[in-house]
Design a protein around this ligand. Structure first.
Ligand code: ADP
Ligand code: MG
Length: 350
């Protein structure tokens, strides 16, 4: 598998911190009107007309990513995208990011170039400006922190806390693919360790592997909802699996929900890979994670506006809090939904 962080040459110490920052950020362009000052001063300056929306994530090697099957370029891209997803989940527009990295001397200048190529790609595709960050050394491994900055008008902002009884529960895209992509990558990595000559044919898994290695954030959904004249009542992005996200909305909004198993959107390749791994597709969707789709609630009256849209699926509805949070199975059983979301914290042994 890819081992791109060892094959290159220039030591970080050969450049030094300041030259390194210059070197890595030189090709980034400023495109947002709201960016008044970018990289190079003590702080950046942003001038938004409306609210400023901010979200941060920290990614730690060995906890959140494994470079054995995550190329650095993809890692850079993904680190940005997962943060932008949080901004879109507020029904906001993303405008800037900052990126902070800590890395050990195991990494070379060329390796960080790869990382920044991915970051730059994401900036271009999502039209956000890189306006700052910090660079430092770590004893072991790589840590990346991305802060995403965006903007939204008061009446557009969508929190987790305003879902109401009878609202419809809607999800964008399809679910479970990123988790199944990870299962395939882990399996192939084990095979590779035993037999490095083996060249697996991953074509049947291309969609799910792409969803794991190169996830996309739903920048289009806030725009689509605006076009359809739908103001969601609550919204969250699906990073930890559908069940924990539904429970977050229900807890914040003090409501319950019924989710329908037969309404869950799964790509055919997710279904076939689940069969191969002898995993239950519904369990994968509920507990898998890293889909970065948007889960939101809308008023019943808005249903006609979204019902024909191929990007959106109605998967359930909101109830009162005392009714609890349940999934209605294909066999018509009502089962309480549990937060078996994905924890980045490994179990401690002994
Ligand atoms: P300071 O000593 O004030 O923290 P730095 O030397 O760390 O300044 O940073 C100089 C400039 O480079 C600042 O604008 C900072 O935001 C930017 N910067 C530093 N590290 C990074 C990075 N990894 N990615 C993007 N910009 C960075
Ligand atoms: Mg600094």
């Amino acid at each position: 598998m890819l081992d791109n962080h060892k094959s290159s040459k220039t030591k970080l110490t050969e450049l030094g911190e300041f030259k390194l920052i210059d070197h890595l950020t030189t090709n980034f362009n400023i495109t947002q009107d709201s960016t008044k000052l970018g990289i190079g001063d003590d702080a950046a300056i942003i001038k938004h007309t409306h609210n400023t929306i901010i979200s941060t994530d920290l990614l730690v090697e060995g906890v959140h990513f494994d470079l054995a099957y995550m190329p650095l370029k993809h890692l850079g891209y993904k680190a940005v995208v997962v943060n932008l997803s949080d901004i879109y989940a507020m029904n906001a527009e993303a405008t800037q990011i900052t990126v902070s990295i800590a890395c050990s001397n195991r990494f070379t200048v060329e390796a960080l170039e790869e990382l920044y190529a991915g970051i730059q790609k994401a900036c271009e595709i999502y039209n956000v400006d890189l306006v700052g960050g910090d660079t430092t050394t770590s004893i072991k491994g790589l840590q990346i922190s991305v802060t995403a900055i965006g903007t939204a008008e008061d009446e557009k902002i969508t929190k987790r806390s305003c879902a109401k009884d009878n609202d419809l529960l809607v999800v964008s895209g399809d679910l479970g693919a990123a988790y199944m992509g990870l299962q395939v990558l882990k399996r192939e990595n084990e095979v590779f360790k035993v037999n490095p000559q083996n060249q697996p044919d991953l074509t049947p898994y291309s969609y799910i592997i792409e969803r794991q290695l190169k996830p996309e954030a739903r920048k289009d959904i806030p725009l689509l909802l605006e076009k359809l004249e739908v103001q969601p009542t609550s919204m969250i992005d699906i990073s930890d699996g559908l069940s924990s996200e539904i429970l977050h909305i229900c807890k914040s909004s003090k409501v319950g929900a019924n989710l329908f198993e037969d309404k869950l959107p799964l790509d055919p390749s997710v279904i076939s890979t689940c069969e191969e791994f002898e995993l239950d597709g519904t369990t994968v969707v509920l507990n898998g994670g890293e889909d970065y789709e948007l889960l939101f609630t809308i008023k019943q009256d808005d249903f006609p506006k979204i019902k024909a849209n191929p990007h959106l699926s109605v998967i359930g509805h909101i109830t009162t809090a005392d009714e609890g949070v349940h999934i209605i199975t294909r066999a018509n059983q009502k089962i309480p939904l549990k937060a078996r979301g994905w924890s980045a914290i490994p179990e401690e042994n002994g």
